[in-house]
Design a protein around this ligand. Structure first.
Ligand SMILES: [Fe+2]
Length: 397
């Protein structure tokens, strides 16, 4: 990890000397949010997989003939256990920081619920209960944004149930952001696309000077995402919010299950890669149940991606210790678990990104995160578990 883009708490004193005069002088130990004109902070949560014990609360209609039943029952058990106390502590810590530090909105990166209800009223109730529970500890009225994840519409009738929820919910939350923002004289009018919160592929809106694009990571319409970014050439920062990562995640089992991973996306992927790079965009993702950072540099410019994780499934996942660190490790994670007949395909996927990956951090840890946005920089602080102080802060722009 390049010292210019990550500071661990242990290295902070040393970094003061190394990075004198840089944006890193703020460091972890004195971090208190973004400053300056157009600066704002965002409380960030990864996958939450909201669920409850006993299973019958949300899964009494679950279809046991599902071929994934064994795996999914294990997920119900995991979710119920982690939401008993650990994830509530994580949420409390995130909300406390949001209350104590000026925070613009809460961003949740999809898989907000477990799904698997197989019953539309139950699926809707799971979404309602989840939103009420997640937003309760945060400051009253703070906008809460979420992006669609694969679990959010998993189960019978769940696709329609999710979008019947998401369309009005996201529209009203974005309207709340706009209303707040319009009170600030220096801010450009936000540009909400007419398709906001409609069935994706994607929609975009302004938060002050910044463009935020939310997409359905399973869309094959990557050009629609590129076009939304191209349509706003003056934005200060460009954020792409996607449940599944854009940068190929090296997991051997699901290396194609991400934004742009489907074969019918291969023709459109180079344009999105170039668009993100030319705009020095910041991609924010979840899905992998790990905390990852990638910095890309290439002939078009470069972009950053940060993957967040709030699935605090075991106490020991409250850690920022990296499993992989440094660009040389990128692409080595899952090869051994890929069946022999798929290894060429796996390598081809990794090779698309690998030459441009200049920094790489991979950690299995879970926690909550704070994004600080300003003219000078965009940083992401990682708070493992329910930590109130960040273990490390990554510079995304
Ligand atoms: Fe997930």
């Amino acid at each position: 990890m390049n010292e210019s883009t990550m500071i661990g708490r242990r290295g902070f004193t040393q970094m003061l000397g190394l990075a004198a005069g840089s944006a890193w002088l703020a460091g972890c130990t004195t971090w208190r949010g973004a400053n300056g004109p157009g600066a704002y902070s965002v409380a960030v949560l990864g996958d939450t997989h909201f669920d409850a014990e006993p299973e019958s609360v949300y899964h009494s209609h679950y279809d046991e003939s599902n071929k994934w039943a064994k795996v999914q029952h294990e997920e119900f058990r995991r979710n119920g256990e982690m939401w008993r106390s650990r994830c509530r502590e994580l949420l409390s810590a995130s909300a406390r920081l949001a209350r104590e530090n000026d925070t613009r909105f809460v961003l949740q990166l999809g898989d907000i619920i477990q799904g698997d209800c197989d019953d539309v009223p139950t699926h809707k109730k799971m979404l309602d209960d989840c939103i009420r529970m997640l937003r309760a500890p945060y400051p009253d009225g703070i906008p809460f944004l979420t992006v669609v994840g694969n679990h959010d519409f998993r189960g019978k009738g769940a696709w329609d149930a999710y979008f019947q929820f998401a369309e009005p919910f996201m529209s009203s939350e974005i309207e709340r952001l706009k209303a707040e923002r319009l009170k600030v004289a220096s801010v450009q009018p936000p540009a909400v696309q007419p398709s906001a919160a409609a069935k994706y592929p994607a929609f975009s809106f302004r938060v002050g000077m910044d463009l935020w694009v939310f997409c359905n990571f399973e869309t094959d319409r990557l050009d629609a995402i590129s076009s939304l970014i191209d349509a706003d050439p003056d934005a200060r920062h460009v954020f792409l919010v996607t449940h599944g990562p854009f940068t190929t995640f090296g997991d051997g089992g699901s290396y194609r299950w991400r934004l742009g991973g489907w074969r019918n996306c291969e023709a459109a992927r180079p344009r999105l890669y170039e668009t993100l790079s030319r705009r020095r965009a910041i991609v924010l993702s979840g899905h992998t149940h790990s905390t990852n950072f990638y910095r890309h540099e290439n002939r078009f410019g470069g972009f950053s991606e940060f993957t967040v994780n709030s699935v605090w499934a075991k106490p020991e996942l409250a850690t920022a210790e990296p499993m992989h660190e440094g660009a040389k490790d990128y692409g080595t994670l899952g090869l051994a678990s890929v069946p022999a007949e798929k290894r060429d395909d796996y390598r081809r996927e990794m090779d698309f990104f690998k030459p441009g990956v200049k920094e790489y951090f991979f950690n299995r840890g879970a926690g909550h995160y704070r994004l600080d946005v300003s003219d000078a920089s965009v940083t992401m602080a990682f708070h493992p578990g329910a930590a109130l102080e960040p273990a490390c802060t990554f510079r995304l722009a």
